[in-house]
Design a protein around this ligand. Sequence first.
Ligand SMILES: NC(=O)C1=CN([C@@H]2O[C@H](COP(=O)(O)OP(=O)(O)OC[C@H]3O[C@@H](n4cnc5c(N)ncnc54)[C@H](OP(=O)(O)O)[C@@H]3O)[C@@H](O)[C@H]2O)C=CC1
Ligand SMILES: O=C(O)C1=N[C@H](C(=O)O)C[C@H](O)C1
Length: 249
Amino acid sequence: MIKVGVLGARGRMGAEVCRAVEGDDGMELVAAVDQGDALDALTAADVVVDFTHPGVVMDNLRWCVEHGLHAVVGTSGFDPSRLDAVRAWQAGTGEGAAANVLVAPNFGIGAVLMMHFAEKAAPFFESVEVVELHHPKKVDAPSGTAYRTAELIAAARAEAGVPPSPDATTTELDGARGTDVDGVRVHAVRLSGLIAHQEVLLGGHGEIFTIRHDSMNRESFMPGVLLAVRRVGDLPDRLTVGIESLLGL
Ligand SMILES: NC(=O)C1=CN([C@@H]2O[C@H](COP(=O)(O)OP(=O)(O)OC[C@H]3O[C@@H](n4cnc5c(N)ncnc54)[C@H](OP(=O)(O)O)[C@@H]3O)[C@@H](O)[C@H]2O)C=CC1
Ligand SMILES: O=C(O)C1=N[C@H](C(=O)O)C[C@H](O)C1
């Protein structure tokens, strides 16, 4: 039985994770912690799941690593410097309190495949841009998924020696061309009625290839979250980004 603690337990994702853990025969929910609660209750857990806020997740994660608790993190906001900070904390704890950390920008199986296919397709097209669309209560932009997708696309194009996407814009209103992540344009839409959606647009000569993923509800993230909870303690690396390797990708 894996003992699970949830951080952000009263939030949209955290509440869904609590339900999913309680419904899993191999897991027990031992702590449900939210804003203002003491973290101490989490010491009863084998694995802590964090769906909180980009502004607080680093403090939470550091606490988990220092207490030797494996962590599965869905909260967005992880750039390379944050990942380096996590590695440094892990190195500092030695082997005595070896906590593994899995940070995933997206636990949706289809979203992971969307990122994977975008990475594979990116070197074959002259132009590529990412459009993410989310519910208006989302606090960060662009989404962690879009940021990660752009990183993967940029790395694949650099590796293949593909030049930047052509763009003759010399005059623009601020933000009209979105933001730039490693040379890839990323656009963010916030609209009532949406949950989480993304399109990767790839343009070549006389053809457009569009990869689109839609999360229709938050239950859709749960198979990926539960898989990560089951596997995080046995992963070969102390820090893993994404659930791709758990899916054999
Ligand atoms: N990786 C993935 O597959 C997915 C990732 N996400 C990401 O997960 C994060 C949470 O999203 P969502 O559930 O929609 O957000 P919510 O705002 O609904 O939930 C966040 C919860 O965390 C609480 N919280 C804030 N600070 C702390 C703290 N220091 N300790 C404990 N709890 C705290 C909030 O409390 P309060 O409201 O009082 O501030 C709130 O209850 C976001 O970064 C989002 O991008 C979302 C969906 C899927
Ligand atoms: O805030 C959300 O809702 C989501 N956040 C994650 C992100 O920033 O990529 C994952 C998914 O897009 C839903």
